[in-house]
Structure formats: C-alpha cells, structure tokens
Design a binder for this molecule. Sequence first.
Ligand SMILES: [Zn+2]
Length: 296
Amino acid sequence: MKNQTGENGLPSPRHRIDAHVHIMTHRRVRGGIKWVRPVAPDYHNLSLDVTTEELLAHLEEEGIEAFFNFFYPLKPGESEDVNRWHRDFADSCPKAVPFASLHAGDENKGSVISQSLDRQGFAGFKFHPYIQGFSVLDDRLARVFDELQDRQCPVVIHTGFAEFYQQPSMVEDTRELLRRYPRLHLVVSHMLYPDMPLEDWPALLDEYPDLYLDTTNTLVYCQPGSRDSGHMQQLIASYSSRLVFGTDFPIGTLYPTGKIHRIAALLCPDQNSLDDLMWRTACRIIGKDLFADSSE
Ligand SMILES: [Zn+2]
C-alpha cells in the first residue's frame, strides 16, 4: 500500500476515528476538565465553559470522522437519564458512536440493556469501575456480562492508573473477567497501564481472540525515547488489528489532541499498522465499515 504523508513528513492515516471521547452534559464536562487539570496542564487551555459545539469543532479540526462517545452514571438509578441524554446527543451528531452504560446498583439492569441495545441503537457498553465505585467482578454484574457476551456486544472498561485513582490495581480482576467471560468482546481502556507490563499483553491477546486494547492515555507515556516505547512499538507492529486510538477528550492527557495523533504516527512502524490503530480496528469492534466507499 502506498504511504500517505502528512504534515511534518509523518505518515498520515487514511481515516481518523477517536475511539475514546467524553461528550456529556455541561456539568459533567466541566467537572471532568477541572478534575484532570492537575495532571494534564494542557487542559488549562480549554475553558470550563466550553460548549458541546466547541468540543465537536475541536474533533473536526483534528480530522476526526467518527468517535466512540462514553457517558456513564455515577450513582444507581441514573442510567436511563444518562442514556437518554446520550441518545439525543448522538441523534444530533452523526459522527458520534454512542456507548451506553449502567450502574451495578441499578435495579433494572436487564431492561437498561434491552432498551439501550434493542431500541436506542447504542454500539456497546462502557464501564468505569473506579469512578462508578464497583468491581468488574461484582456479583450484581454477572448476568450483565453473561448477556453482553451472548450478544457479542462491545464492552469498554476503564483499567489502569490505579495509583492516580488511589484504588487497588485492576490487573487480577481483568484477568479473572477474561477467564469468566472468554468470548466477551472486551475493550481494555488504557491497557492496565502502568499496572501491568506491556509485555504481558501478547499472551492474553493470543488466548482471547475477542479482546481489544484501547491505547488512550498510554501513548503519551510511551513516546519515542521513553522506557516503554520499544514495547509499545512491538505491540503495535504485531497486534495493530487489536489496538485502537483514543484521546479521552476533553478529560485526557494532551490538548490539542493532535499532539497525540502525532505520537501515534511516530510509534507506528508502517502505514498498515497506522491505519489499523487510527480507524480500521475501531470499525472491527463495532462491526461496521464506516468508510465503505474507500475501503480496500
Ligand atoms: Zn475516558
């Protein structure tokens, strides 16, 4: 395949999907930006009063053609409201691929799942165990994961950065989740970084063919010259069809998010792995060829 060269002489992907974005209510976006600023000083340059339109304009400027959007409830009983807001937002924004959520403490988890997937057209589910305050092994979620596995529904779970969250590592819980639900279409956000060595991923990716990794917030720590850059480059070289790119915008690491696009291009060894990372794997996860007219 011919290489595409963009600005700065770096290879450029043929499409761009940001597989990790949080466009939510103003209150939650504002809270998120405030929360991330101490560790991501770039976000002092994004106003706390940023509007949804301005958030979308930023993604547009970075060439994003589609994005996975995540919005999850903080307490039991909020899921239907959160998912309704999210569905309305996605109806107004064709580039958004919305992921529903629920809380382990919800009483009506079965009906939230059928409502989200059968009637509201969500692409999958997203959970954030640290912020939502439950474990992925919580007994109350057993039937949820059973059903999501049976439906082959993509399930995105926050993992990693235990020290930052001042919470126990999720390494053993994630491994056990895979043992219990080996056919779950699981997307491990942040790759358990830095709580599990990157070198441990190949064996798990080989063992679980429906497992995917979301590189969000990891690439910045694995830039060329860093301790982990070699391991990340090897992983991308061998497993790009299982890796997606994301920025966590507007609650991420670097802003403007184009800085992270640039790191991705530096870490990918060739055009094919860059295209996998930047859009092709994301299409695979949701089972949709979003760019059918230009596919090979
Ligand atoms: Zn996130």
